[in-house]
Design a binder for this molecule. Sequence first.
Ligand SMILES: Nc1ncnc2c1ncn2[C@@H]1O[C@H](COP(=O)(O)OP(=O)(O)OP(=O)(O)O)[C@@H](O)[C@H]1O
Ligand SMILES: [Mg+2]
Length: 811
Amino acid sequence: MRPLLLHLDHFGSFREPVSVDFSDTEYFALVGPTGAGKSTIIDAICFALYGTVPRWGKENVIAHALAPSAGSGKVAMVFESDGRRYGVVRSMVRDAKGAVRTKEARIDELDTSAPLEQAYEAVVKPLAEGENVTPEVQRVTGLEYKFFTQCVVLPQGRFAEFLHAAPRERQDLLVQLLDADVYELIRQQAAREEESAKQAASFARDQLARLSGASEEAERELSERVEALRRLAQSIDTDLDLLRAREGDIRRAEQERAAVAERQSVLSSLRMPAAVPTLASAGRAAAESLDGLSAEVASLEADDHEAYEARAALGDRAEPMAALAALDARERLTGETADARAAAQAEAASLEGIVSRLAAAEEALVAAERERERLRDAHSAADLAQRLAVGEPCPVCLRAVTELPGSADRPAHSLDDLATADRTLTAAREYAARGRSAQAKAETSAAMLAERATRLEAELAALPAPGDRAAIEGRLAAIAKADEVAAQARAAVRAARGRLDQARNDVQQVERQAETAWRTLETTRDRLLVSGAHETPPPPLTREDLHRAWTELLAWRDEAAQAGRAALAAREEELGQATARLADDRRKLGERLAEHGIVPPRGASPDQLGAAVAGTVAKVEGALERVREDRKRAAELASAVTEKEHAAKVAHELALRLRANAFERWLCAEALAVLVAGASETLRELSDGQYELALSDRTGDIEVIDFGEAGMRRSARTLSGGETFQAALALALALSGAVARGLDSIFLDEGFGTLDPATLDTVATTLERLAAGQERMIGVVTHVPALADRVPVRFEVKRDAKGSHVRKVGI
Ligand SMILES: Nc1ncnc2c1ncn2[C@@H]1O[C@H](COP(=O)(O)OP(=O)(O)OP(=O)(O)O)[C@@H](O)[C@H]1O
Ligand SMILES: [Mg+2]
């Protein structure tokens, strides 16, 4: 780790932003008065990387990072490590309660070619943020915080930590510096490899055991069998061709036998159609019947025509029917007219009676009214007589009454008489009214009847002149008779025609049957001709006598069937012989195949036999191929077993050597010995030959050999302050230079004040020599002008009311 640019803002005593550029210096000094802020700059480097500072004591306490009056602050640093450039930034804030916390922490890899003032912007790759920044810094620098503060930064007052450290701590530091923990990783890996190699060897052995059948002898046997089978396969074709020829013979014989059997079957199925023997006579009978029926139809048609003519001669039935209807109408109208007239006369006669009864009723009514008047007057007079007074004017004659009428003069009337007279009057009125109504009705009825009679007479007059009813009815009867005769004649014709059609059908059917029988005969004969192979052909055909033709063909069939039976027996014989020959050849071939372990299925065809041989050849060839492959694989497995067992043994040996950190311890012990030897040499120079360093065999502590005391050994803790600084410086320089991991820088904070001028000069010379090597950056913090003046680059640190400030001063 080599810092290039450090930026502080409100960190510790720095209350204003400040940048410190280390990029162009190898050796510098931080100078300034007590409390100026020099150590704070070294702290800032530490804080930027690890987030803590040695003097704060506990790690992870950042409360001190912020200047007390500041609310926020920041430390950022650009540095190089292993040829790469990194930028680390940590910023702090103080919250409302006054507690300081990290606001941002990040580390990025930066572009090495970017100018330093733009370094932070040239981010190549963000690496970590927050809590992950410190582990990432450890990875990048290769150092934990506690070792960083022992061999890169030697903090003020704590530079002797490594000198005084316990052997165990030193071991840890060296393990880290030397990357020696890699040997433990190697041991673990070796153990894993041993296990995996053992497993692989065991697996290969198992595989090998499974291939035990793949011997040289097995390969030889299979190879011989393949050869024998190939010879068999080459020679078997002739045998198979023979078998095929035999099978061909059998097939032909079977075909011939089948052909003969087919002909026999055709012959035996030959039947004369049942109708053939009677077909000729049936034809004749049907023709005769047809002739008879034709004559009958002709005769009946003549009768029908005659009847038709006779009927036509009688004319249309409508005319006599109309005359008859007129006659009927006339008779009916005549009767109705007479009835109407008689009724009218009767009505007129009854009217006379009604009129006379009405006159009597009118008279009775007048009499009744009169009687009623009279009775009323009588009653009124009687009434008045009672109210008359002599001398008083009479209400009737207006003259003075002179004398009262006597009651004896007047007939006695009661009121009952008046009521009876009223009832009589009412009855008379009703009777007279009924008489008037009856008269009006009779008059109306008589008028209507007279009118109807007149109307009927007019209709009657309009009718045509009446004919003779008997003549008309006679004519109608003749027409009906003629109709009946004509209908019967027509029905007879129709029936006869039906029978004639039937007879024609019968004739046609016989003809069809005959035709069918001829056709059957012809096709049968053709089939027989086609089936061929008869000694004599079927008899020739002339379409003359169907029955005879059929009979001749059947006779021929019987002869041909007999010859066919003999032929069938001969074919059977041939077939038997061919089958026996095939069976014999097949058995011989089967025996040959069995010698080669080939057992084909029963009745296998020549092709199947050939395929069985070819299949066996392929199978045995496959088996041979597999045995060869297995032998090859077995050889590979055997060498794999050897190889893996060897690898397991090597890994085992390696793990054994590295076990329990033995190698790591040995390596660190060696490194420490080299380190102490280097430091011892430096110390001898610094102490002007008085001291050397050595390791205690018993405790492992670093001891000093004091040549001022005859080379006595004693604990380094017994050295004075200045001597301790010399020894610690010697160790720190050896550490940063002599171990495997190059530590690119070293910062020494004070300690020089304890040296006398001569020693200081030696120290200064040593540092200058180291810086001249340009292998690492050296930074010192000192109050000692004698040293500060010799350092080529100085950063003057001052502090005023605004906090600390820094200024670079070159020589
Ligand atoms: N966390 C802090 N906050 C505020 N001030 C601090 C903090 N730490 C240190 N200081 C003060 O900052 C000033 C600078 O301290 P620093 O240790 O850097 O001084 P120095 O220059 O190294 O002095 P010396 O020569 O005595 O070692 C001192 O006054 C110190 O008390
Ligand atoms: Mg200081």
